[in-house]
Design a protein around this ligand. Structure first.
Ligand code: NAD
Length: 261
């Protein structure tokens, strides 16, 4: 538990399922008040809110598209109108689809960039303005990916979006550090969430993924949420501009594991 989080207000984008949902739950356990954003999964978000309220949590489900300024404003307004404040903004919403790059349409490229990169920009901008206006040492956390570093053939738009998040994360961390605002990224490896459900149902694909994970298992959303809670808390007070890899060692070049070659 991080006592300094108690009573503070967070927005978590894409929080109806997967990693965002685990983060929203963890922050609620830390006694934060949470705006849980969803895009289309109203049921998932509302069920989560109902469950959290039952155990004394304060949360609200809010529909919004993070790739639009309107959507982001709706989320900020929800934090202020429901909880009177904003302390933490988590840019978690993301999407991916697999297409060989020579067949990738401009429409698919734009969709992924709009959500994964523009969404991070718009969310961060809204949070930064709020923090600056209220002279607040706020906190921003971005969900990147190991693919901000590791190339991922047939996911060029996804990799480009996450590499963009890295540059954006480091730049705004530097730009606003003097205001006491901290900005960090988390780079998950392979985590068991709906984004990967189809892939991990296929035993062959799952085995191929496991070969790339030195710790030998697919990660749990709660393991990413634990990293988010730490970055949100004062326990990480001297940390800004980093990407925290939560990947079971996936980014350690596992093909070199046996010292061969
Ligand atoms: P997920 O598909 O389970 O959840 C993503 C969420 O984002 C969904 O709730 C979805 O509705 C939401 N979303 C998509 N477009 C949106 C939009 N326009 N506006 C608002 N919400 C939108 O995926 P996840 O695995 O939980 O991924 C969460 C984040 O972590 C993503 O940014 C993803 O790229 C990143 N990530 C995940 C993994 C993994 O293995 N699961 C690995 C690396 C990075």
């Amino acid at each position: 538990m991080y006592n300094d989080l108690k009573g503070k207000v967070a927005v978590v984008t894409g929080g109806s399922k997967g990693i965002g949902n685990a983060i929203a739950r963890r922050l609620s356990e830390e006694k934060m008040k949470v705006v849980i954003n969803y895009h289309s999964d109203k049921e998932g978000a509302e069920e989560t809110v109902a469950e959290l309220k039952k155990i004394g949590g304060e949360a609200v489900a809010v529909q919004a598209d993070v790739s639009s300024e309107e959507g982001i404003q709706t989320l900020l307004d929800a934090a202020i109108s429901n909880f009177g404040e904003l302390d933490l903004w988590i840019n978690n919403a993301g999407m991916e689809n697999q297409v060989p790059t020579h067949e990738l349409t401009l429409e698919d490229w734009n969709k992924v960039i709009d959500v994964n990169l523009t969404g991070v920009f718009l969310g961060s901008k809204a949070a930064l303005n709020h923090f600056l206006e209220h002279d607040k040492k706020g906190n921003i956390i971005n969900l990147s990916s190991v693919h901000e570093r590791i190339p991922w053939p047939t996911f060029a738009h996804y990799s480009a979006s996450k590499a963009g998040v890295k540059g954006f994360n480091e730049t705004i961390a530097l730009e606003y550090a003097h205001k006491g605002i901290r900005v960090n990224s988390i780079a998950p490896g392979a985590i068991n969430t709906p984004i990967n459900a189809e892939k991990f149902e296929d035993e062959k694909q799952k085995a191929a993924t496991l070969k790339m994970i030195p710790l030998d298992y697919i990660g749990k959303p709660e393991e990413v949420a634990a990293a988010a809670a730490w970055l949100a808390s004062d326990e990480s007070s001297y940390v800004t501009g980093i990407t925290l890899f939560v990947d079971g060692g996936m980014s350690l070049y596992p093909s070199f594991e046996k010292g061969e070659g």
